[in-house]
Ligand binder design. Sequence first.
Ligand code: DX5
Ligand code: ZN
Length: 213
Amino acid sequence: MPRIKIAPSILSADLSKVNQEIRDVEKYADLIHVDIMDGIFVPPTTVDSDFVKTIKTKVPLDVHLMVHEPSDSYIKRFIEAGAYSITIHEEACKNPAKQINFIKKNKIKTGISIKPNTQLDKIKKYLDIVDMVLVMTVEPGWAGQKFMQSIMPKVMELRKLKPKLDIEVDGGINPVTARIAYDEGANVFVAGTSIFGKKDRAAAIKEILSALK
Ligand code: DX5
Ligand code: ZN
């Protein structure tokens, strides 16, 4: 299995002082997860590429686009804003290969994500061209929801198919649920509430890491 990575999600951080918030997790985070919501694919809206530009950190930015049919120029803005990886949603794009190929052409990492009710079959044809699959363990759109254990068979099947692929889980991840997902084959763990909801963020990350030992 590829190496374990922890990706604190700034959706649960205080965005009015985002760089200070990121400093709290920088030492232990492998990625900073940035949720982009458009109010169409998911009801809420969040930050945009101009906001992403203001993020100052050496930790790679893992951009999760919960966005309906993102255009090349829209994606490009996040690349210019410093994204390390961009993940699109299978359900949001008519032909996800278009967006995947555009992201790849720009030489950054690319991921595809599926919502809880989307079957793995829908993305099997992309598994050889992406760097990561983001398996949503809650309905996208909100932090603080309960981890859906019923998603785990998808993670297990995916790991069987792709022993070396980064498999990211997102939604309701804490030390207990991270361990459950890890045992099924996930290796990248997004966590919002269970890290930024705590006073001691470093301790919160260490707690997740020690549950994975
Ligand atoms: C939800 C987002 C998640 C969110 C997770 O749509 O994609 O990244 O920040 O938050 P928690 O960890 O609180 O479930
Ligand atoms: Zn996310």
